[in-house]
Design a protein around this ligand. Structure first.
Ligand SMILES: [Zn+2]
Length: 202
């Protein structure tokens, strides 16, 4: 507990980015996401019982609870009619591993709408169909990832400035090219679900 924090400063932005993948880091992450000062008025929060949720930070001035907050992202594995998967190179993330389309959910948007928008923005494709593939807690960045499998017709990509390259890769070759399979990495579970669904529909 430090006293030097500016009351209106976002604590998450000030927290060091520890690039670790810990499967059970909710408590640790929850501490970092917990509000200590009211984001509206800056008053130091007290704790008040909020039903089944127990003690929750509370602003006596605004008379409201401040539950721990976190960001949400949609991540989409895009597949075409030839069983090829769109893999993106984003050098700001890695020059070694490839990734799927992903982006933050903005207020007012559903996870599905974000998925469709991000695929359009990042690689210039429209999706014919979207399948839900579960949620994943990315502890390194404290983000809830909403996983999807998106189906699109094979076309050339139209890349955004965020994407350095993209390619269609046969699904059987994907596992070795994407970020390694660790807790917190949503890509492998989404990929495995696609492979299972593909094989069970044959
Ligand atoms: Zn307040």
């Amino acid at each position: 507990m430090t006293k030097k924090n500016n009351p209106v400063r976002c604590r998450r932005a000030a927290a060091p980015c520890t690039f670790s993948f810990k499967p059970y880091s909710y408590v640790e992450g929850g501490q970092r996401m917990r509000y200590r000062f009211c984001p509206e008025c800056g008053t130091k929060l007290t704790y008040k019982k909020a039903g089944d949720d127990g003690l929750v930070p509370f602003c006596d001035v605004c008379s409201r609870f401040w539950f721990p907050s976190f960001s949400s992202c949609s991540i989409v594995m895009v597949v075409n009619e030839y069983d090829e998967i769109a893999l993106l190179t984003q050098l700001y993330q890695s020059d070694k591993y490839k990734c799927f389309v992903a982006g933050y959910i903005v207020p007012g948007e559903t996870a599905e709408e974000t998925a469709v928008r991000e695929v359009r923005e990042e690689i210039g494709l429209g999706l014919a169909r979207l399948e839900y593939a579960g949620t994943y807690w990315f502890s390194a960045k404290e983000i809830l990832m909403h996983g999807f499998i998106g189906y699109a017709s094979k076309k050339d990509f139209l890349l955004s400035t965020e994407v350095d390259a993209a390619e269609w890769v046969p699904s059987s070759q994907v596992e070795g090219l994407i970020f390694p399979d660790r807790p917190g990495n949503a890509m492998h579970p989404i990929y495995r679900q696609y492979m299972l669904r593909k094989n069970s529909s044959r």
